[in-house]
Design a binder for this molecule. Sequence first.
Ligand SMILES: [Zn+2]
Ligand SMILES: [Zn+2]
Length: 142
Amino acid sequence: MADKYSGACFCGSVEIEVSGSPEAMGYCHCSSCRSWSAAPVNAFTLWKPENVKITKGAEFVGKFTKTPASDRQFCTKCGGHLLTVHPTFGLTDVYAATIPSYPFSPAVHVNYPENVMRIKDGLPKLKDYPAEIGGSGQIVPE
Ligand SMILES: [Zn+2]
Ligand SMILES: [Zn+2]
């Protein structure tokens, strides 16, 4: 697997690069992700913060913090979403759609009971989050 993958916002003013391998990949069905992404589900890739870099257009990165758990970042020119820093998890979610060159390989669905679109892909569906990051780890029906 190549070591670095780049991506950009919707207009290309902000470029981003991830390196190494993510800590986790999957889909979040929570209402916050759906509302922020304006989509029925959010595909996430979670990285250690040091593996995520803004390589161009840092001056166009806007931030919105609704809760201390999520520092959401977007391009102020096009409104395109880039990533969400999760200080409480110590991880940064770079949306899979933002880094299309990265071979997205989801392993889990989180916050599945909040779903508006069931996805029958056979992957585990969690009630909230894995126990390792403070969730219940409880599996719910697909
Ligand atoms: Zn942009
Ligand atoms: Zn979510």
